[in-house]
Design a binder for this molecule. Sequence first.
Ligand code: PGA
Length: 250
Amino acid sequence: MRRNLVVGNWKMKINHQSAQELVDGLIAGMPAVDADIAVCPPFLYIPEVSQRLANTSISWGAQNVATHIEGAYTGEIAAVMLKDFNCKYAIVGHSERRANYADTDITVAQRFQQAIDAGIIPVLAIGELLEDREQGRTFDVVAKQLNAVIDFAGIDSFQNAVIAYEPVWAIGTGKTASAEQAQEVHLYIRQLLAEKNQQIAENMQILYGGSVKPQNAEALFAMPDIDGALVGGDSLSADSFLKIYSSFQK
Ligand code: PGA
């Protein structure tokens, strides 16, 4: 059976003080839910967040990881550095990095590989633009983004990976894909994986991301191929994030 998972992506929307308060709020309010939960702070706050979350059931990760293991890459953070602070996860291929920092299918695949090599679970984000959806290209875009990583890193590496389907038009816009729209793409992703490896497809945690809120989480999580969520805006409030997490119980 696949375990459910929610991952909070704090983006660049937090400061030192609010990061501390958010972590303390999460620890204080943690409900007893049999599912996994993690937060991804900006790199700078990972050491402190990791200290506060040690010995709790909340895991942590990074929002990105470098394409190379070490070297002259000014401003980058390597996977092994994240491992030093026991990051369990690293988001790779977030649409904001593809759009604003020139991440390509190849650099996303390199980041994915770096995480795997360091023993970190990559959370591979894929998803179509509004124009792709309107022109009926959703499946093509998702397949291209996923296959680029499978071709580079090999299907076996997906044993230790998570996939996040994030339609770009639903991120930070308040527009959520309907549970049925999301389920359709999640099923497609699982079928793509199954063509390569049935076992990996069955075990893959496929998260939905894009304006997930306490109000829509339950309907999304009720879908057979939606195993959790990658949450942006609503992960910045302990109350909202824990309500989303608690939706697994229902
Ligand atoms: P959102 O962000 O929940 O604010 O839409 C999701 C994401 O970017 O991962």
